[in-house]
Design a protein around this ligand. Structure first.
Ligand SMILES: Nc1ncnc2c1ncn2[C@@H]1O[C@H](COP(=O)(O)OP(=O)(O)OP(=O)(O)O)[C@@H](O)[C@H]1O
Length: 313
């Protein structure tokens, strides 16, 4: 259940610099517990930077960010983090079981044998991500989708309250993307886990998303999906004509029409905060009732059902 009264992430007047350059500023938003949010924006707008800030890896140049009621970085033990392209390099020669165990043991010094309870936790997590049969395979023997599920398992094995993923669908084929999305939907629905991910393509995520942080003109904003799925907003955000389409069946998806480019592309920070706030106000989703449009995904949106908020891997 999305709990709007009880934010899990809170930004207040937040700004961040890299190499003395402001990447984004005036971040004032909260992300509810139980939500599934995408961080969206064009290349280089600071999506990965936002994750680094949330994890306390990168300090803010101004303002505050609190995660799980603590300053950024102080609650990382309760956060599962899946970096971008995590499994494509490095550890790919270890077994899936050992890779997931690293989620528990990586911070230990010296050789300390794993306990039965820890091994059970790894088995349980592998079962949940449907990799039980692959437990003794090497990571480099898995498909891209299976590797991403293994990376998610490693992040889940400590039973986090918040799961943060950086482009979890990058370089995956449609079937693998769907297997990852289904997994995220189950985590949210069955265990009430809050999920936040950097994403480029909203279409494939529509079934699970409850909201999005959009980086617009150098300012981050949060809105629930009905307000994000606005043609004018998305066109402004991506700097190219985007249409939100609702079919007669109620399925909703986003199309990009490269034939209708805007006359000028929006440059970074050309708007004042007040102007940017205009894009943040609730507005109705524009609907084009057309059954001839081609949906890129199963657009039956998964309703986030009430859950006890309890999860135990
Ligand atoms: N280590 C770094 N030092 C200095 N500047 C950096 C560093 N990493 C990224 N940047 C700059 O910060 C800005 C934001 O980068 P970031 O990777 O957060 O963007 P992004 O929205 O995630 O981009 P993409 O969609 O391409 O992954 C970019 O202009 C980038 O050049």
């Amino acid at each position: 259940m999305v709990d709007t009264q009880n934010p899990i992430i809170e930004f207040k007047d937040a700004a961040v610099k890299r190499s003395h350059r402001v990447i984004w500023s005036h971040g004032n938003f909260s992300i509810p517990r139980g939500s599934v949010t995408a961080i969206v924006g064009t290349n280089g707008t600071g999506k990965t930077t936002m994750l680094a800030v949330e994890l306390g890896i990168l300090p803010l140049s101004q303002g505050t960010v609190r995660i799980l009621d603590k300053p950024a970085g102080k609650a990382n033990a309760r956060i599962g983090y899946v970096p971008q392209n995590y499994t494509s390099a490095g550890e790919s020669n270890i077994t899936v079981f050992d890779f997931v165990m690293l989620g528990i043991s990586a911070n230990r010094w010296g050789f300390i044998p794993t306990t039965r309870r820890e091994r059970d936790a790894v088995r349980h997590t592998l079962e949940f991500v449907q990799l039980t049969e692959q437990a003794q395979l090497r990571l480099n023997e898995l498909s891209g989708g299976q590797r991403q599920r293994a990376a998610i398992a490693q992040a889940l094995v400590n039973n986090p309250e918040l799961l943060i993923l950086d482009e979890p669908l990058a370089n995956l084929d449609v079937a693998s993307q769907n297997s990852v999305i289904e997994l995220l939907a189950r985590l949210n629905k069955e265990f009430g886990m809050t999920i936040q991910m950097v994403a480029h393509d909203l279409n494939v995520l529509l079934p699970v998303l409850t909201g999005a942080v959009y980086l617009l003109d150098g300012h981050p904003h949060y809105a629930d999906m009905d307000n994000v799925l606005d043609s004018d907003l998305l066109t402004h955000l991506y700097g190219t004509k985007v249409e939100v389409i609702t079919t007669p069946q109620g399925d909703m998806f986003v199309t990009h029409n490269s034939l209708i480019e805007p006359t000028t592309r929006i440059e970074h920070d050309t708007h004042s905060v007040d102007e940017a706030a205009h894009w943040h106000t609730p507005s109705s989703v524009s609907s084009i009732h057309s059954s001839s449009s081609v949906s890129l995904t199963d657009t039956n949106r998964v309703q986030n059902e009430e859950s006890e908020g309890h999860h135990d891997f």
